[in-house]
Design a protein around this ligand. Structure first.
Ligand code: AHR
Length: 499
């Protein structure tokens, strides 16, 4: 195997911005087996007394999710939240049109709140802007966040939840730019409806933060005009603009796929420009940030229509090594764009488009599980502006890109740092010299690596640990430098402390 050399320059005073904890969020939709058989499976021998799968809860806690977005997704735009609250035996069974499935409503808003408490994550609720009205959106805020003494808050108390849920983050609709969306609107109609909904929602609770639907991806014909138009209408009442994007390698062009961070950065850059433009045009002092509240790999063609059955197998992609390396780059981009990107939710947290799959006797973790877990547990404090000098890799889609994709964090309070390095080269190892330029003492105290020979390598029920992150010997820092071997197709993580 051939080898080339790179330099990674780190300076703990050269910071980008504080890393928002909400970048390590997830998304749970009533789709396929995410909620039923994923989170909630009362008939399972692995469920607790509330019906939550204990093994799933443990895996979610291990990933240190900070926020979970719910209940959809395309499901949201046909959902009446009243169907999912109150006595379970009285909840309606309905045909669910977005995924052509059967919805039993045995899991709803209050169960979701208990679930969030169980995994120590904040709830992020979405209100229906498809079949839903601005009134039903405001009513849900009252149901969740008002203490008691009013129609909807008292209903919550009667449902057994004395204390308000105090939900802070609220998505105003889902992918309303998409013709596939139930009740799809054009940008002006959506902007106006979202504005009126957000006004009423914030009158119910002025402490909430609202998320405006942005484009459902950079390939939408209305991108980025949709974002500009909707923002210009609703700017003062919104705190975040939502981004969605699903990556894939349908043409088997692994070199380009492994350069996906270029596309992710462009997407953020364009929308950051749009935010700045609208703020200037509005002569506003208010800031709106980005919420990348659906991101994941999705292209392998697993069914997405449920044939009117309960908990059908939908979108159960098997993720391989190259997918995990794309996830690692996504997380690197989140850190590098932390000045404008404040929320991110992987779609989804279990079974559907997820690196976690259940069957009755256990769970299987795909390679990207290990990537996310390392970054979400280690990236703290400020993101660092890392300078990388690396050899280039040629790609069809993005021309030449650096072989290394890197991000780093440093927490001044704990004096702990982390460095995250992807070697996207498929055949060549890179020997990287890491140089800490700030003159403060540093040691690497732990190191992990996830790698494999074949980008298509997967974990399976028979071989569940083929591609996992393994602890590797820690490189010694001598005179502010450490040397690290980065095999082809690898993700390497270092955690550092004061020397
Ligand atoms: O996560 C699956 C689906 O992808 C969501 O329901 C929708 O918002 C997006 O198109």
């Amino acid at each position: 195997m051939s080898t080339s050399h790179a330099q990674v320059l780190l300076d703990r005073n050269r910071t980008i911005a504080p890393i928002s904890p909400l970048l390590f969020g997830g998304f749970a939709e009533h789709m396929g087996r995410c909620v039923y058989e994923g989170i909630y499976d009362p008939k399972s021998s692995l469920a607790d007394e509330r019906g939550f799968r204990k093994d799933v809860m443990e895996a979610l806690r291990d990933q240190a999710y900070t926020v979970i977005r719910y209940p959809g997704g395309n499901f949201l735009s046909g959902y009446n939240w009243l169907d999912g609250v109150g006595p379970k035996e009285q909840r309606p069974r309905r045909r669910e049109l977005a995924w052509q499935s059967l919805e039993t409503n045995q899991f709803g808003t209050n169960e979701f709140m208990e679930f969030c408490t169980t995994i120590n994550a904040a709830p992020m609720l979405a209100v229906n802007m498809g079949t839903g009205t601005i009134q039903s959106a405001a009513d849900l805020v009252e149901y969740c966040n008002v203490a008691h003494g009013t129609h909807w808050s008292d209903l919550r108390v009667r449902h057994g939840f004395r204390e308000p849920h105090n939900v802070r983050y609220w998505c105003v609709g889902n992918e309303m730019d998409g013709p596939w969306q139930i009740g799809h609107l054009d940008a002006v109609a959506y902007g106006n409806k979202a504005l009126e909904a957000a006004k009423m929602m914030k009158w119910q609770d002025p402490t909430i933060k609202t998320v405006l639907c942005g484009s459902s991806g950079d390939k939408m014909p209305t991108y980025p005009e949709w974002d500009r138009t909707a923002l210009e209408i609703a700017w003062e009442h919104m705190d975040y603009l939502s981004m969605h994007y699903y990556a894939g390698n349908p043409e088997g062009d692994t070199a380009s796929y492994l350069a996906s961070s270029v596309l992710f950065e462009r997407f953020v850059d364009t929308l950051e420009g749009t935010l700045r433009y609208v703020k200037a045009r509005q002569r506003s002092k208010h800031n709106v940030y980005l919420s990348w509240d659906e991101w994941q790999v999705w292209y392998k063609g697993d069914p997405v229509q449920g044939n009117w059955t309960e908990a059908p197998h939908l979108g159960e992609e098997i993720y391989n090594l190259e997918d995990a390396l794309v996830v690692a780059q996504w997380l690197n981009v989140f850190l590098r764009k932390s000045h404008v990107l404040k929320i991110a939710c992987v779609a989804q947290i279990v079974n559907v488009l997820s690196w976690l799959h259940t069957r009755p006797d256990g769970i299987l973790k795909h390679p990207s599980y290990y990537v996310f877990k390392l970054v979400s547990n280690l990236a703290r404090g400020e993101a660092l502006d890392v300078h990388v000098q690396a050899p280039e890799v040629k790609t069809k889609q993005y021309d030449a890109v650096p072989a290394l994709d890197v991000s780093a964090s440093y927490d001044v309070e704990t004096q702990r740092g982390a460095v995250f390095l992807v070697n996207r080269n498929q055949a060549e190892a890179v020997v990287a010299d890491l140089v800490w330029q700030d003159g403060q003492s540093v040691q690497v105290d732990k190191a992990w690596q996830l790698t494999g020979k074949d980008p298509k390598e997967v974990n399976s029920w028979d071989a569940p640990e083929r591609v996992v992150a393994k602890a590797i010997p820690v490189p010694t820092v001598v005179a502010d430098r450490a040397t690290l071997n980065l095999p082809p197709l690898s993700f390497t993580v270092l955690s550092t402390c004061a020397g």
